[in-house]
Design a protein around this ligand. Structure first.
Ligand SMILES: [Cu+2]
Length: 315
């Protein structure tokens, strides 16, 4: 190799490499606020969500979210290859304490860890009143899945206040646009765009906290505690079940069964521990028809404490 060729080669080798797959991805410009509910619990609220495509065009999708703070917090949906800039505002009444967002699953640099200096030994990565903090996430290829995000600072600079309601869901859809599911008695790839509703259920101690992402109305609907879910028979429905807190649960859905992700196992009950999750697609009422079906935790003590809700499938 000539000297010039070596120099060109070295310059090429040292160029910052774009994350494969991100060139065509979108950038999510998100502002979230941490707030206090009348109940005294804490919650995240979507303030603004705009999506910038590769040509620079902005789409504002803020109106798809509740205008109030909710538990769980807003479900943020990205696709592998997308990036997000998430700015958090501290809007907690009567408090000057830092609050943060720590996300799981996706890629981020150490300054987007959402932790405090006492924990990360570098810097406080939290919002204060009048002083927002911005986190950068990359939904890199291979990070498709359902992930939690939660506070890691408020009230306790090591651990934060996730147990007071500061948690939400990040859904990274696979770039290929398909999810394996057992539908019509066959294991097959289901088109994500054919899913009509997604139910996000967080299992916290002896209570379910839910949100519906309704793709028919293009809206997220807060469902609050132990909700009754609803679907039409034959609709493709996706569940995201996530644990938080200290208890271990077994999530069970009556009359339905699903393919465990990455396996050929068909199940109707799964273990859910703190910050572990299960995400799956079913066809509502498949083989069993409409009815007032139920879901519940199958830990007897939790069932006895009322940890259950309905899954009404109508014709
Ligand atoms: Cu349980």
């Amino acid at each position: 190799m000539t000297k010039v060729a070596v120099l060109i080669f070295c310059a090429w080798a040292l160029m910052p490499t774009a994350n494969a797959g991100t060139e065509s991805g979108k950038t999510h410009l998100i502002t979230l606020k941490a707030a206090k509910l009348d109940s005294g619990q804490l919650a995240y609220q979507m303030v603004s969500h705009k999506i910038r495509d590769a040509s620079g065009k902005l789409e504002d999708i803020t109106n798809r979210y509740s205008t109030e703070p909710t538990i769980p917090g807003p479900a943020i949906v990205m696709t592998e290859g997308d990036q997000a800039e998430v700015t958090l505002e501290q809007g907690i009444k009567d408090s000057n304490e830092p609050v943060s967002i720590h996300v799981h699953g996706v890629h981020y640099k150490i300054d987007s860890d959402g932790t405090m200096k006492v924990f990360n030994h570098l810097a406080d990565q939290a919002a204060l009143p009048g002083k927002p903090y911005t986190y950068k996430w990359t939904a890199a290829p291979g990070t498709a899945g359902t992930w939690p995000y939660h506070d890691h600072a408020f009230g306790n600079p090591m651990l934060g206040a996730e147990d007071k309601g500061l948690y939400g869901t990040l859904i990274v859809n696979p770039k290929g646009g398909k999810i394996m599911a057992m539908v019509d008695g066959q294991m097959k790839g289901v088109d994500i765009k054919d899913i009509k509703r997604e139910f996000v259920l967080w299992m916290h101690e002896t209570t379910f906290w839910g949100t519906e992402i309704n793709h028919l109305a293009n809206r997220q609907v807060p469902l609050w505690t132990n909700p009754t879910l609803g679907a039409r028979e034959g609709e493709l429905v996706r569940f995201h079940v996530i644990g938080i807190g200290t208890a271990f649960h077994t999530f069970h859905l009556h009359g339905h069964r699903w393919l465990q992700p990455g396996t050929t196992h068909l199940v109707d009950t799964v273990n859910i521990g703190p910050i572990t999750r299960e995400s799956f697609v079913i066809k509502a009422g498949e083989g069993v028809g409409p009815g007032p079906w139920h879901y519940h935790c199958h830990v007897l003590q939790h069932m006895q404490s009322g940890m259950m809700g309905g899954f009404r499938v109508i014709e």
